[in-house]
Design a protein around this ligand. Structure first.
Ligand SMILES: NC(=O)c1ccc[n+]([C@@H]2O[C@H](COP(=O)([O-])OP(=O)(O)OC[C@H]3O[C@@H](n4cnc5c(N)ncnc54)[C@H](OP(=O)(O)O)[C@@H]3O)[C@@H](O)[C@H]2O)c1
Ligand SMILES: [Zn+2]
Ligand SMILES: [Zn+2]
Length: 352
């Protein structure tokens, strides 16, 4: 008979516009690959807010969000070999995959196509047995070791947690699209993801242009390492950068986004990488604009476990560290209100 806990306490959201409540919820069942963690820290991601506010789809309320989780391992299943009790560990936005489909076998578990309940989100998901998945605005978490990472000695838990979503979501596509010393990267939307985008692109040797919807973040963007700064709502400011960029990493835009505004900013064969997931669609693009710019438009989803390991190594080698502001776990509702007010500089982290 297992002595493992069967419940945890966390911030539950029961519906759009309803306040989160601290309550007891059920942990998923244990299995050979399960890992238990006492949570020390959890970052606040834009996706947490989209989910609670039902921006993408109707969530499986109650949800307990949070997918930048760090803490200490308290229990492991019989098949877990890379983690032991007492280790400092972390998990990001994905907690499960089928491990058998073509993307999984090719090392892209983040693109798993194993069917319903194969791709398990760290929250607002269902494990294959039907149990709900719950995130890190909580005291305790149980998940699958195949998506759990040992935190390197060089990183504290409060710093490490933010790497598991914001960090890898920006690192993986910049690496995949070969950002380097010859690149000029526009980073659009300077929030949690965007500030990481700037830090990574600089560490990869690129020139970086911060692209923000107002001038409020100009000074901090330059402090983050930007070589230049553009206000995207100012046509003249944008026009000064025509033909300059090799890449744009887009983490946030307004709903009046137009391809005609951004495609001319590229050098030939530019790459527009979208990682932001707003509730609206991108507009149509004219075939002529596509042909005559040879622009590549693509997206990217978090990162695979291998990309997360690669990112942690790169961060250690290049001393990449996020900027964060901490809130006690009990003040999560205030942190969410401040997040919605655009206050993060640049990632909020909840601390138990
Ligand atoms: N692809 C993935 O795997 C993945 C993973 C994690 C998150 N996401 C998504 O990425 C997005 C960003 O997440 P985040 O945690 O970085 O959020 P965040 O900290 O709020 O940053 C988003 C930034 O976008 C800009 N922005 C937001 N609303 C805007 C508006 N109405 N008009 C113009 N600019 C606006 C703001 O930057 P400025 O003030 O500088 O303009 C803001 O700081 C979210 O949609 C989230 O769901 C995707
Ligand atoms: Zn996230
Ligand atoms: Zn799969």
């Amino acid at each position: 008979m297992s002595t493992a806990p069967t419940t945890f306490h966390g911030w539950a959201c029961h519906g759009k516009d309803e306040p989160m409540v601290w309550e007891e919820l059920k942990l998923r069942a244990e299995d050979d690959y399960s890992v238990d963690m006492d949570i020390s820290h959890c970052g606040i991601c834009g996706s947490d807010v989209h989910t609670m506010d039902a921006n993408w789809s109707q969530p499986d309320y109650p949800v307990c969000v949070g997918h930048e989780i760090a803490g200490v391992c308290t229990r492991v299943g019989s098949k877990v070999t890379h983690i032991k009790v007492g280790d400092r560990i972390g998990v990001g936005a994905q907690s499960g995959a089928c491990h058998q489909c073509k993307p999984c076998l090719a090392g892209f578990e983040n693109l798993c196509r194993g069917g319903p309940r194969a791709w398990v989100g760290t929250y607002n998901g269902r494990w294959p047995n039907g149990d709900k998945s719950f995130g890190g605005y909580a005291d305790r978490w149980r998940g699958d070791a195949r998506f759990v990472f040992k935190i390197p000695d060089t990183l504290t838990n409060e710093v490490a947690c933010t790497f598991f979503c914001a960090g890898v979501t920006t690192y993986a596509p910049l690496k995949r699209h070969k950002v380097g010393p010859d690149s000029v990267v526009g980073v659009m939307g300077i929030g949690g993801l965007g500030h990481y985008g700037i830090l990574w692109a600089k560490a990869m040797g690129a020139k970086v242009v911060g692209m923000s919807h107002s001038d409020r973040k100009k000074d901090v963007a330059m402090e983050l390492g930007c070589d230049d700064f553009v206000v995207t709502s100012d046509a003249e400011s944008l026009a000064n950068h025509k033909g300059e960029l090799t890449h744009i990493l887009c983490t946030g835009t307004s709903s009046d986004f137009k391809w005609e505004t951004y495609v001319p900013l590229f050098r030939p064969n530019g790459i527009f990488i979208n990682v932001g997931i707003p509730e609206w669609n991108f507009p149509e693009i004219s075939p002529m604009l596509l042909a005559m710019s040879q622009v590549t438009i693509c997206g990217s989803a978090i990162g695979s476990p291998a990309e997360i390991e690669d990112m942690l190594k790169f961060a250690a080698e290049h001393n990449v560290r996020p900027w964060l502001q901490k809130y006690p776990m009990k003040e999560a509702p205030k942190a969410i209100a401040d997040f919605k007010a655009g206050k993060p500089r640049f990632r909020f982290v909840l601390e138990n």
